[in-house]
Design a protein around this ligand. Structure first.
Ligand code: SDX
Length: 387
């Protein structure tokens, strides 16, 4: 019996294809909305923990619900001691150039699966418990990994600190300023969710086989790593460093323009620019740009010059190509200004997007059908193996 591949137009990269329904997030050129709340409203008025609760549980928390949620996260930050040596081994691989932090984080989440008593349970209650535990523990993996890379002792989580503040504390062993915590907190709010982006779609495909939440999250981390997706925040900063090296210490407009014309001639993809949905700008980018620039102005001229370089690049992209920065462009400059090591930018994206991924995995499990599209065959005609 033969089955025919249906004759349907092929949308390369699934562009424009509506592949499902979600109550979690709406991504449109005219607005970015998490469960009914607009992103600028959330960035200005909600903490990351409030947004995490909104995404995972489904509604804005009351004061009591928020306090209980924050306490639960703080109590769950420790990771099993047997992971400590694994993270030191991972850090050695990173130092030797055999791995990057996103690989070690992916392995860390995979190991956490083995330690989680709920691992094989896909019920709504178990999924929520696992989501909260992952949200609480991912900063600890990132922090321990960075301390091992830097040759320092591990820094214990601090239960007096918020998610954003604890993340900065664990990575450095220094208590962050209120301003740094605010910038980190808002960046986490902005990164938390974005409907059917590649990593979230990956999570949903894995969850749709009725595989477990940790497995789906490992797939999400693997997908986010790529420079066309979350890896772009690191790649954007690397690109700005390359421009700086090429043009020298001054922001000479003619030299920046010449660099850009060469990039256009080489048909180079400029990292941190463009988006599948936003063709006239990403709602998150100006919010993070303004905060990052303020942090740069408070720090020193060197960082202001970085933002000025970014603004010059952005201006040329917008006026000559009508291509706008996505959230990863200001993120690169902002995290650099905060002194965060570049290879940890995408792991920090994970520390936030874990909320969106888990919300989608739970939504998929709650109303599941396996995700299994068709493909158009373009291989050889039928032939005989023996002749
Ligand atoms: C994220 O999907 C999400 O929601 C993702 C995300 C989230 O929150 O989850 O928003 C996070 O992943 C942001 C994107 C990070 N990636 C980058 O910054 C990498 C650089 N950008 C691109 O490669 C690209 O813009 C994508 C991957 C983001 C989108 O790819 P598309 O939709 O397939 O667009 P395309 O590559 O087909 O581009 C359309 C045109 C092309 O020109 P033409 O062939 O039509 O002449 O725009 C040009 C592209 O060459 N173009 C760029 C460009 N982005 C698009 N040209 C130079 N530099 C760029 N960055």
């Amino acid at each position: 019996m033969t089955t025919q591949t249906p004759a349907a137009p092929i949308a390369k990269g699934l562009e424009g294809v509506i592949a499902g329904e979600t109550a979690i997030c709406k991504v449109e050129q005219d607005a970015l909305i998490y469960r009914g709340y607009e992103i600028a409203d959330l960035a200005a008025n909600a903490s990351f923990e409030e947004v995490a609760y909104l995404l995972l549980v489904g509604h804005k928390p009351s004061a009591g619900e928020l306090k209980a949620f924050e306490d639960e996260l703080k109590a769950d930050r420790d990771i099993p001691a047997m992971m400590h040596d694994k993270l030191r081994e991972g850090a050695k691989l990173i130092t030797d150039g055999a791995a990057v932090p996103m690989d070690v984080l992916r392995t860390g989440v995979s190991v956490l699966a083995h330690m989680d008593a709920d691992c094989q349970d896909n019920s709504a209650d178990a999924n929520l418990r696992k989501s909260k535990r992952l949200l609480a523990k991912i900063p600890t993996i990132i922090g321990h990994m960075q301390n091992a890379i830097d040759g320092r002792d591990f820094v214990e989580p601090d239960s007096s600190l918020s998610h954003a503040a604890n993340l900065l504390w664990m990575m450095t062993g220094e208590k962050p300023s209120a301003e740094a915590v605010k910038v980190m907190d808002v960046s986490l709010v902005l990164y938390a969710e974005h409907d059917y982006n590649a990593s979230t779609f990956t999570c949903r495909v894995i969850a749709s086989t009725l595989a477990d939440l940790h497995g789906a999250v490992c797939g999400g981390i693997a997908a986010l790593k790529g420079p066309l997706h979350g890896g772009a925040n690191e790649a954007a900063m690397e690109m700005l460093s390359e421009i700086r090296k090429d043009i020298g210490p001054k922001n000479d407009a003619a030299k920046i323009n010449a660099w850009m014309q060469q990039a256009f001639a080489d048909k180079r993809k400029l990292m941190g620019f463009g988006h599948r949905v936003y063709k006239n700008g990403d709602h998150r980018a100006p919010i993070l740009h303004a905060l990052g620039r303020k942090a740069a102005e408070a720090r020193s001229d060197e960082y202001v010059k970085l933002f000025e370089l970014g603004e010059a690049v952005q201006n040329i992209m917008e006026t000559q190509k009508h291509i706008f920065p996505n959230v990863d462009f200001p993120c690169g400059m902002t995290y650099f200004t905060m002194g965060i090591p570049v290879p940890q930018y995408t792991p920090i994206f994970v520390a936030s997007r874990i909320t969106g991924w888990c919300a989608h995995i739970m939504e998929q499990h709650a109303n599941n059908r396996i995700i299994r599209p068709r493909v158009s065959y373009t291989g050889p005609d039928l032939q005989k193996w023996n002749g």
